[in-house]
Design a protein around this ligand. Structure first.
Ligand code: BF8
Ligand code: SF4
Length: 626
């Protein structure tokens, strides 16, 4: 018998919480999606343009209506411009998040930024050395200040290339140079994309797409990489640790605080305040058994990676967690925070707090975090959450949480392998592990929640392919029980043997979406160890349920870095067969990798296995016919 809401989600907590939301007359993302149907066909194909006020324009895909916008742009130009702007928005989001961290690093360097400190001094010094900063005999704070300055230079426009592209294999950098897509400045590439896509600037769809790759590279090897490195420096480099997943991580007898968004600058301070013995005493005085801080989306993943903080859910669960009636406060920073949340919180007793100067939401109280007030404000807010605990109505937490492990940074993977990637390389060479795949990205109401991520991950590990994942994908596979050491039983014999020997899951949680750079760095390290390029390796990427512009940027920097990447939902490009062909075929010759689009994860798994076996064969390794 089909359970109610079986079409919306594969998760039990999701189905039960959807029932509850319906009973409470809460409108969710799924109902709003239905009310939008049918969605605009021109927009779906990328054929509508509103870049200027001679328009808005659209091009008729059937050749009957207009074939050009008022300015004369045809379908190819319009599709490429729209895609370029999606990449720019995604790259800007990750990179601006990175900038916020660099600003905190600068404050720490200047002896300000109360409450923040350098937690990984070794990484600070190592990254500073990569920027050419002399660190010998200098205090950590002085190094932090200089590194923040050097990173801020990377955001500017006066350089020929970003500092951290040096981490890419030499052969890859040569490709970028040859194609003219070496990223120069993080802000510069985004700004240039906005310029190129203004009416009457770049009207060659190929050159627009090439700049799209450069723009995405400025994110992957720039803004996101800085975000991850500085987060590690300020809050610690992740190491494996146990944690828990789904709405069952909320606790009836505790003050529940949920952090949502992306930037650990806020959530780390909130965590710190939750651990203060005085604050815990206050919670007990108000009748609670303690304080339970949990996460949703990527700021949750940041805390999970470094502290084992539990995750109540991924993107499509963010509204549903509020319907438990158990959330005493939700604190948000930015990105992927549905504007509906404030009003849902108001239907329960939940205090809804926005914290970033650049992100405000209807129905939320705005309490802005800055480095100099963060520690004090976090404590104030946690106390307010505690005072809200007695105001709870009925609480509905219908499931027990699922156990899982997080915290797989490059450093901790190398550590688990005994100090180098050699054991992994040997296992790949021997065919015990056939290859590795990064599953990344979001939930999207167009796809049954978690179905794409979990099905793909299962098929890959069954076939001895190691899966690493991030963002909402990582939470999806964890909810499905694939992130315990015992989950090795679901893997093929080779992968099972390796995971069992190391005591690790077959699906490794590598962090938030900016942490996709950790995947890039593993790929680069493997390529360097084998003296080859990333595109020669038996690797792939997948974004089975993506929705966000950030995911477009991630996909583009994966491909531009040489990683074949399979998307679930079709991006809005089908209005131009030229663009489709270049992205799914033509890029192979240029960068050694392409996109593929396959909404069915069973078929996506076959595509990926074929690719991996093809690369094994090319490397002269034993290969299977798929
Ligand atoms: O940056 S995976 S829905 S939360 S965009 Fe957003 Fe997508 Fe989740 Fe994290 Ni990433
Ligand atoms: Fe129309 Fe061209 Fe203006 Fe776009 S840029 S809205 S296609 S006139």
């Amino acid at each position: 018998m089909l359970m109610k809401h079986d079409k919306q989600t594969i998760t039990e907590d999701g189905r039960l919480m959807l029932d509850k939301a319906q009973t409470d007359q809460i409108e969710t993302v799924w109902e709003r999606y239905q009310s939008q149907l049918p969605q605009c066909g021109y927009c779906d194909m990328g054929l509508s343009c509103r870049n200027c006020v001679m328009g808005p324009c659209r091009v008729d895909p059937f050749g009957e209506g207009p074939q050009k916008g008022v300015c004369g742009a045809d379908g190819d130009i319009i599709v490429a411009r729209n895609l370029g702007r999606m990449i720019a928005a995604g790259a800007a989001s990750h990179s601006d998040h990175g900038r916020d961290l660099v600003e905190v690093l600068a404050e720490v360097g200047a002896g300000k930024g109360s409450g923040y400190q350098i937690r990984d001094e070794a990484k600070l010094r190592a990254v500073a050395a990569e920027y050419g900063i002399e660190t010998e005999g200098k205090e950590a704070a002085a190094v932090a200040g200089e590194l923040a300055d050097a990173m801020q230079e990377d955001y500017g426009t006066r350089k020929k290339s970003l500092a951290l592209v040096q981490r890419a294999p030499e052969k890859r950098r040569e490709i970028w140079k040859k194609l003219g897509i070496m990223p120069r400045g993080i802000d510069r590439e985004t700004s240039e994309m906005m310029h190129r896509t203004h009416m009457g600037v770049d009207n060659d769809w190929k050159s627009l797409l090439l700049h799209g790759l450069r723009n995405a590279l400025s994110d992957g090897w720039g803004g996101s990489m800085i975000a991850t490195d500085v987060s590690d420096i300020l809050f610690g480099t992740p190491t494996p640790r146990p944690t828990g997943f789904n709405v069952g991580v909320l606790k009836k007898d505790r003050v529940n605080i949920v952090v949502h968004g992306h930037n650990p600058v806020v959530s780390e301070m909130v965590l710190h305040a939750c651990e203060d013995p005085e604050v815990i005493k206050l919670a007990e005085a108000r009748g609670a058994a303690g304080i339970n801080l949990v996460g949703v989306c990527c700021t949750g993943n940041e805390l999970l990676m470094r502290h084992g903080i539990k995750m109540a859910g991924n993107h499509l669960t963010t509204e549903l967690v509020l319907s438990t009636g158990a959330v005493d406060m939700m604190l948000v920073d930015y990105q992927c925070i549905m504007p509906s949340l404030g009003n849902i919180g108001a239907c329960y007793h939940t205090k809804m707090i926005s914290t970033s100067d650049k992100a405000r939401f209807p129905g939320m109280q705005h309490r802005e975090f800055h480095p100099d007030n963060a520690a004090r404000l976090a404590e104030e807010l946690v106390k307010e959450a505690i005072e809200n605990f007695p105001h709870r109505g009925n609480v509905f937490i219908p499931v027990e949480s699922v156990d899982g492990m997080g915290g797989f940074s490059v450093e901790s993977i190398v550590g688990a392998l005994g100090g180098s990637l050699d054991p992994l390389i040997d296992a790949i060479k021997a065919g015990k592990i056939r290859g590795a795949v990064g599953i990344v990205g979001c939930n999207n109401p167009k796809i049954k929640q978690d179905y794409g991520h979990v099905t793909l991950a299962r098929r890959l590990i069954e076939n001895d392919i190691l899966v690493v994942d991030t963002g909402c994908a990582a939470v999806a596979t964890a909810k499905a029980g694939l992130k315990t050491a015992e989950a090795a039983q679901y893997a093929g014999p080779g992968l099972r043997e390796v995971c069992t020997a190391l005591g690790v899951p077959p699906v490794l949680h590598m962090g938030s979406c900016v942490d996709n750079v950790r995947i890039l760095l593993v790929a680069a390290a493997l390529a360097n160890a084998l003296n080859t390029d990333i595109s020669d390796l038996p690797l792939a990427g997948a974004a089975p349920e993506w929705y966000s512009e950030k995911a477009v940027s991630i996909g583009a920097y994966f491909v531009a870095s040489g990683v074949y990447t399979v998307l679930g939902p079709m991006p809005p490009i089908t209005g131009s067969m030229n663009v489709v062909k270049l992205l799914t075929e033509g890029l192979e010759e240029a960068v050694g990798a392409t996109f593929a689009v396959e909404p069915d994860p069973e078929k996506a798994a076959v595509l990926i296995r074929r690719r991996i076996e093809n690369r094994r064969k090319k490397l002269g390794l034993p290969a299977l016919a798929v």
